[in-house]
Ligand binder design. Structure first.
Ligand code: GUN
Ligand code: ZN
Length: 441
């Protein structure tokens, strides 16, 4: 536990309103750039931002010339899949069978689950992600280890045991009764404990029986504040399989709707192969799509229609989807998102990108009062970044005209090697790979 009052100085940047899809200006409303300002943190929460240094009863931490952003929010990522990140040559269903399911089986072992959770959460922090919505495995012990490790680090995490009772290999299936008992036990232990929330975690429609989906829907209605996470409409072969398995459903998304699994705390990854009725259903229920561009490109899944979803009134957050995605870096993820939209003639501004990864993600999760900005009262979950790392980025940064150009270059060129430190509720964790600053005050 750190000191009660800390003042952190640097280039403070946060985006508190959705910048939309209009051409970027240098200072649109909702974007706050306060270079060289002081962020005042008391008992782990932001209490003020000001231009002048505070008095002697504040410990001063000076990061002049460094970029300070709210911590990133990764709304869809798989902790055990660090073991299979960058697996070659397959689309979704073969990728699951060939690489992912064998890797996840190892997490039945408590020692593997504990070591994997620690490695994964330390990696998130080392990439500047302070909040995540996470899939562990079907094994109760893997969810328990992940939630315990997040609690120990003071991180805000949303996770739950994966539900899958069919179409998966031995060692990776539960059953309805056991899955409900395990989920209830984990909910009692972790939901609302510290900064944790529990998510009913339906892997995807093909790996749950209708009875298991119905069980999850009942729990979601019963326990206040639970989240629900799953995958939807990622890959064309997957969509065709779901249509075979659930002939009575109107669409893949409708499978979840019929089971009572869509509400404003539902987080569905991908959402590439949706139609207008699906988009309207997402808007009506308040469920969000966790857009995962790195994964969609790597697995050849398709191009995400971001603008159409938002035009229909649905929410979109941003996600790495490691290990389908190839990096935990949210900058790299946003760079992939930019290129995927560019392929469709749509331009993602740096403002929209940064908003989506911070305040927008917080709003979509119902956590904007807690995280995602530097508004007073928010938890001091933030990151200190170098504006440029390496000669090319330094060259480009020096030539940038205006703030949007500078931030856009930062988003396209930076990654975890730019991270200096991550602050969780006001406690600083230096990056394990931060550049050597000996000799620099
Ligand atoms: N669909 C079902 N399981 C998975 C998974 O682990 N990753 C991705 N990208 N899609 C899935
Ligand atoms: Zn996923």
């Amino acid at each position: 536990t750190g000191p009660r009052r800390v003042a952190l100085q640097g280039d403070l940047l946060d985006v508190i309103g959705d910048p939309g899809w209009s051409a970027p200006q240098d200072a649109p409303s909702g974007v706050r750039f306060r270079p060289g300002h002081w962020l005042l943190i008391e008992d782990g929460r932001i209490v003020d931002v000001r231009a002048e240094a505070p008095g002697p009863d504040w410990r001063r931490e000076v990061r002049t010339g460094q970029l300070i952003l709210p911590g990133f929010i990764d709304t869809h990522v798989h902790s055990p899949q660090l073991d299979v990140i960058t697996s070659y040559g397959t689309e979704l269903l073969d990728w699951l069978e060939t690489y992912t399911f064998p890797a996840e089986r190892r997490y039945a072992d408590p020692a593997v689950a504990q070591a994997g959770a620690a490695t994964f959460l330390d990696a998130l922090l080392a990439h500047g992600t302070t909040t995540a919505v996470v899939f562990p495995t079907v094994h109760k012990v893997s969810a328990d280890a992940l939630l315990a490790a997040a609690h120990a680090r003071g991180m805000r995490l949303i996770a739950g045991k994966v539900l899958m009772d069919r179409h998966a290999p031995d060692g990776l299936r539960d059953d309805v009764v056991g899955a409900e008992a395990d989920s209830r036990e984990l909910i009692a232990r972790w939901h609302g404990t510290g900064r944790l929330s529990y998510a009913l975690t339906v892997r995807f429609a093909p790996t749950s029986t209708p009875a298991q989906l119905a069980m999850a829907g009942r729990l979601l209605a019963e326990v206040p504040g639970l989240y629900m996470q799953t995958h939807v409409a990622e890959n064309r072969a997957e969509v065709a399989w779901v249509a075979e398995l659930f002939p009575q459903a109107r669409s893949y998304l409708d499978v979840y709707h019929r089971a009572g699994l869509l509400n404003e705390r539902s987080v569905l990854a991908h959402g590439i192969w949706l139609d207008d009725t699906d988009r309207a259903l997402l808007a009506d229920t308040g469920a969000q799509i966790a857009h995962s561009p790195s994964s969609n490109l790597f697995l050849g899944s398709g191009l995400f229609g971001w603008r159409a979803l938002e035009a229909a009134g649905a929410r979109v957050s941003i996600a790495s989807d490691v290990g389908g995605g190839t990096s935990l870096s949210i900058q790299r993820t946003l760079a992939d998102a930019y290129k995927m939209q560019a392929m469709q003639g749509v331009k993602l501004s740096a403002w929209k990108a940064l908003y989506t990864a911070t305040r927008g993600g917080a709003e979509a999760l119902g956590l904007a009062g807690e995280i995602g900005s530097f508004e007073p009262g928010r938890s001091a979950d933030l990151c200190v970044w170098d504006w440029a790392s390496g000669p090319v980025a330094q060259h480009r940064d020096a030539l940038a005209r205006g703030l949007h150009e500078r931030l856009f270059a930062w988003l396209m060129l930076s990654d975890e090697r730019n991270l200096h430190e991550t602050w969780i509720a006001g406690t600083c964790r230096p990056s394990p790979i931060r550049p050597d600053r000996s000799g620099v005050s």
